[in-house]
Design a protein around this ligand. Structure first.
Ligand code: ADP
Ligand code: MG
Length: 212
């Protein structure tokens, strides 16, 4: 599909419930190695609550969908990742205020706004071994693809590939933010859980929006 609308955002967030339930144990194992073994639990709980909230009161427009998700995540996900993903979706909502549809460039702008929120809130830089190490290259790749007149499929595929590479690279990094930073050099050799959940988030968007 060349544009996405409110229903596509809802479909993406509902898919995230399935994806984080399916990957709950993997994310939690990654967090067990360098954190406190709750990242999968946090993401599963948060996106289950988001899906339940949509059942009860489906938001009317694109910004409303993202804003509701943000509020539920901030309320239900503990730890570092709750406020960070909450901020991601709140800023993403801001990027589509008043919009009823987004093209490939609008999708890149949505992820860019979310990333900026995460960086402002968490102050992580590239190489600190956080979700930023998946989001930042993904957004850069999406923007590049969009400015090369890439269609939706090309923009999303570029984002997924860059997020996956960024996620894998966190294995060699030493953590400088969050709980994993307490381990110092011992954090090297383990893939970051938040970079992994960020990759899954972008891949779910591509999987959801590319079959139209
Ligand atoms: N300051 C930060 N900026 C960006 N991401 C961060 C920051 N601190 C932690 N994270 C991300 O949060 C993930 C851990 O999330 P989670 O386990 O849910 O929270 P907690 O660390 O509080 O248990 C990390 O893998 C990392 O990607
Ligand atoms: Mg944790």
């Amino acid at each position: 599909m060349e544009i996405i609308d409110r229903d596509d955002l809802l479909a993406w967030l509902r898919e995230l419930q399935r994806v984080y339930a399916e990957n709950r144990d993997w994310l939690t194992e990654l967090d067990a190695a360098i954190g406190d073994a709750d990242h999968g639990i946090n993401m599963d709980r948060g996106f289950t609550a988001v899906a339940e909230d949509f059942e009860k009161s489906p938001p009317a427009d694109m910004a409303g969908v993202l804003k509701s998700a943000a509020m539920v995540l901030i309320r239900t996900v503990g730890g570092a990742s709750g406020p960070l993903y909450g901020t991601f979706f709140l800023r993403a909502a801001g990027a589509c205020t008043g919009a009823t549809k987004l093209g490939p460039d609008g999708v890149a702008a949505l992820f860019d706004a979310g990333l900026r929120g995460v960086v402002e809130r968490g102050r992580a830089e590239a190489g600190d071994k956080t979700m930023v190490d998946a989001l930042l290259p993904a957004v850069a790749a999406m923007q590049r693809a969009a400015s090369d007149d890439g269609d939706m499929r090309a923009v999303l595929a570029a984002g997924v590939a860059a997020a996956e590479e960024g996620m894998r690279r966190t294995g060699d990094m030493q953590a400088r933010k969050g709980r994993a930073s307490y381990l110092g050099e011992r954090s090297i050799g383990h893939q970051d859980p938040g970079a992994t959940s960020a990759f899954l988030m972008i891949r779910a968007a591509a999987d959801t929006w590319n079959h139209g």
